[in-house]
Design a protein around this ligand. Structure first.
Ligand code: ATP
Ligand code: MG
Ligand code: MG
Ligand code: MG
Length: 480
């Protein structure tokens, strides 16, 4: 079943049950806690918080999401992409646990001939919050799930709140068992690769105080109007229903891998230890090219801070991965065209705005290729030197030189060092950065360079090198 059909069935199922279809919000919403929208509920927050009355009792959406905390998982797990689409149904003080479980169960297990996804009920597992006996009883009653396929989990996995006093509640997650060839028995608690999480149901029922129930503290009360917030991973359902090995091989992502095969002359899935490393590169290219395009489509341009920096990092990882696959010429625009063709039936702005998008991409690629060419020589020299002297740590001075002279952001150096089996002396690197900043400040205070305080520029330039990027944590605290 193609991705667009999965989406179509989801919307039809919930529209039929009285949900108002609401278009995806932009990836960029004014929300101080978030760099990018990372869940379907984000645009409905004011209704959940009770700040604004909900204009409808039930809604459904297919929300564009970006999760930067998942960037390092990309290509390595079978199930994490930085951009994905979250299909959701929402109840604002209307139906609660029973409704949420009934709707989800019927969509996933109803036969494909009858508009459902047709999963065999025997391979479905669920998790519930450890004290949520009500949810357990409902799963048994509605789905006939046996005790063994219902697992209780603690706050980290199965309690949702916003990290501040306000609404919160237990979650129940739905998993599909991919079979014994994919890992150990024992349910999601044992192996989240064999048991693939497809859908999270959040039962918003509690008022949480300053101390989070996530951490074992009891909620301070019960919400007067209970809400439902759910999120189903469209790409994960596609992965299962298309009989492929991971989310990167699904119909809307895989074409980029094919383009990278064509440009590199290498084959995805060639096998062997080298082949496996290459496969991760293929998947990184496919994922990051797609998320970059979606992010640029929503108006972000590469930069040294915040969203712009995330975008820069994604684009640069595509360029590097392509280079490591042996693609020597510029390639971003070619990947972009493939992403456009795959995604524009749903997101037409990618086609209508393609001139602008590809101009942004080309400029970033040109700059980065120049940076890489210059810096790679220095970097390889440093690695050789470390090997020769049998050190496993790359000196902070060299990381600093790469940053200062060649514009290598520290995370690039860290990533390349890790690939070479080395770590980096970050303490020394940070000390050098700090003293440089102090010098620049003193300089600027001492003499005016063209009537400008140069330390301001220095600070901007340094941002992506010296500071760990806070957006990742900020986003993580928001994800369910
Ligand atoms: P996981 O445990 O696999 O990282 P999660 O528990 O963080 O997923 P939720 O926050 O519950 O995910 O999001 C709801 C649904 O969105 C998940 O059940 C999954 O189907 C999908 N999803 C979450 N993160 C990703 C991702 N990085 N790529 C693709 N789909 C995702
Ligand atoms: Mg996650
Ligand atoms: Mg999970
Ligand atoms: Mg989850």
């Amino acid at each position: 079943m193609q991705t667009h059909e999965i989406v179509r069935r989801f919307t039809a199922h919930f529209e039929q049950a009285g949900h108002t279809p609401v278009p995806s919000a932009s990836l960029i919403l004014e929300d101080p806690q978030l760099l990018f929208v990372n869940a379907g509920m984000v645009q409905f927050k004011p209704y959940f918080l009770g700040d604004v009355p909900a204009p409808y009792p039930r809604a459904t959406s297919i929300q564009k999401c970006v999760r930067t905390p998942d960037i390092d998982e990309v290509g390595k797990t079978t199930r994490h992409t930085t951009f994905f689409q979250m299909a959701g149904n929402f109840s604002f003080g209307d139906y609660f646990k029973r409704g949420a479980i009934e709707f989800a169960w019927s969509l996933i297990t109803r036969s494909q001939d009858d508009g459902g996804y047709g999963f065999d009920p025997e391979i479905i597992w669920v998790t519930v919050y450890h004290d949520d006996d009500e949810a357990i009883a409902l799963w048994k009653e509605i789905a006939g799930l046996p005790e063994e396929r219902i697992q209780r989990r603690g706050g980290d996995d199965n309690y949702w709140d916003m990290g501040v006093p306000g609404p919160g509640g237990p979650c129940s997650e739905i998993y599909v068992d991919r079979g014994p060839e994919f890992g150990a028995e024992g349910g999601p608690e044992a192996d989240e690769d064999r048991y693939l999480e497809i859908w999270n149901l959040v039962f918003m029922q509690d008022e949480r105080g300053p101390l989070s129930p996530k951490k074992g503290h009891p909620p301070i009360g019960t919400l007067p109007h209970k809400n439902i917030d759910t999120g189903m991973g469209v790409e994960r359902v596609a992965f299962l229903l298309q009989g492929v090995n991971n989310v990167y091989e699904t119909d809307l992502v895989r074409p980029v891998i094919a383009k990278a095969e064509e440009l590199s002359g290498k084959r995805y899935g060639a096998g062997g230890p080298e082949g496996e490393i290459d496969d991760v590169r293929f998947r990184v290219i496919a994922d990051h090219a797609r998320s970059s395009l979606m992010i640029i489509g929503d108006g972000v341009t590469p930069g040294n801070e915040g969203r712009g920096y995330v975008l820069r990092r994604l684009l640069r990882r595509v360029v590097r991965s392509a280079r490591l696959l042996g693609i020597t010429g510029p390639c971003l625009a070619e990947f972009a065209a493939v992403v456009r063709d795959a995604m524009s039936p749903t997101y037409p702005e990618l086609a209508t705005d393609f001139e602008r998008i590809s101009a942004v991409i080309r400029a970033e690629e040109d700059t980065f290729r120049a940076t890489l060419t210059a810096g790679e020589r220095i970097f390889s020299g440093a690695v050789e030197e470390a090997r020769r002297t049998q050190r496993t740590v790359l000196p902070g001075d060299q990381a600093f030189q790469l940053h200062d002279t060649y514009g290598f952001p520290i995370d690039l150096t860290l990533e390349m060092a890790a690939e070479a089996g080395l770590t980096v002396d970050r303490e020394r690197f940070t000390a050098l950065m700090d003293s440089q900043r102090a010098r620049a400040k003193a300089d600027a205070a001492g003499r005016k360079v063209g009537f400008v305080d140069a330390s301001v520029y220095r600070a901007v330039l340094d941002t992506h090198g010296a500071t760990d990027f806070l957006g990742y944590q900020t986003c993580e605290s928001e994800s369910r």
